[in-house]
Design a binder for this molecule. Structure first.
Ligand SMILES: [Zn+2]
Ligand SMILES: [Zn+2]
Length: 247
């Protein structure tokens, strides 16, 4: 039988690993105590984009197709943001992790993923001179049901890495919207989120470079609606940073 003193001795001697083994946060494999938070197999899958992506909409593109004016998926679209950055396509482990972190109990995992994502993302945004990071807000009812907003955790981690402020209250979601995945086509997706956000006056974005953060970008309808609302505050440039792009 364990006493408090014997448990204390076990912790000090490192035997606590037997009680709380160091497991990878995403696949659960046991790791040496010094490794973490994810194993050496999962780490590159969560930090390195395996494909080239369009700098304007973040769709996967062919190796010789990257054009500043956009890719075949976005060239004809008028996007209200200057560019979009992703960690990778919405597929495989990244998709699985995003689905898990959206669950009610996913907050701890979301913290871990946010920290992993923020480092390479900050490197990719470094040349833009970002002034402010702004998360895409959930409607209060959805946030209440889920218990947290993964976008907040991603935005805070990115702001920490970039050493800039994270303004969580700049955007307000003024109406609840049906899930974008339930929308049948791009027009329905755009209509679904049209006017869903408002920028709160009192936040000075004049002349600033802003990054909006969300978990998944598909055709950019939701981030686009948020960017349109932010334009009221006259920022110089708006970029979007996401975990995954899921066309
Ligand atoms: Zn793993
Ligand atoms: Zn594109």
């Amino acid at each position: 039988m364990f006493t408090i003193a014997s448990v204390g001795r076990m912790v000090l001697s490192g035997a606590a690993q037997l009680i709380y083994p160091n497991a990878c946060w995403t696949c659960g494999v046991l790791m040496p105590p010094e490794q973490g938070p994810v194993c050496s197999h999962c780490h590159p899958l969560l930090t390195v984009d395996p494909f080239p992506a369009c700098p304007r909409c973040s769709s996967t593109v062919g190796p010789h197709l990257v054009l500043e004016s956009g890719c075949p998926a976005c060239a004809a679209e008028s996007l209200p943001f200057t560019g979009a950055f992703r960690l990778g396509p919405y597929d495989g482990l990244l998709r699985e992790v995003i689905l898990r972190m959206k669950r009610w109990s996913g907050e701890d995992l979301a913290e871990v993923i946010a920290a992993l994502w923020a480092r390479p993302m900050a490197d990719r945004l470094a040349h833009l001179g970002v002034d402010v990071v702004i998360p895409l807000p959930l409607h209060w009812l959805r946030r209440w049901r889920r218990g947290f907003n993964a976008g907040d955790l991603l935005a805070m981690a990115l702001a920490r890495e970039l050493k800039v402020p994270c303004w969580q209250r700049t955007l307000k979601r003024i109406r609840a919207t049906a899930p974008q995945v339930a929308q049948k086509n791009p027009t329905a997706r755009k209509e679904n989120v049209k006017g869903a956000f408002r920028a709160r006056p009192g936040f000075n974005l004049v002349g600033k470079t802003v990054v909006i953060v969300d978990d998944v970008l598909t055709i950019g309808a939701t981030a686009g609606a948020a960017a349109r609302a932010l334009r009221e505050l006259k920022p110089d440039a708006i970029y979007v940073a996401v975990l995954a792009h899921g066309r």
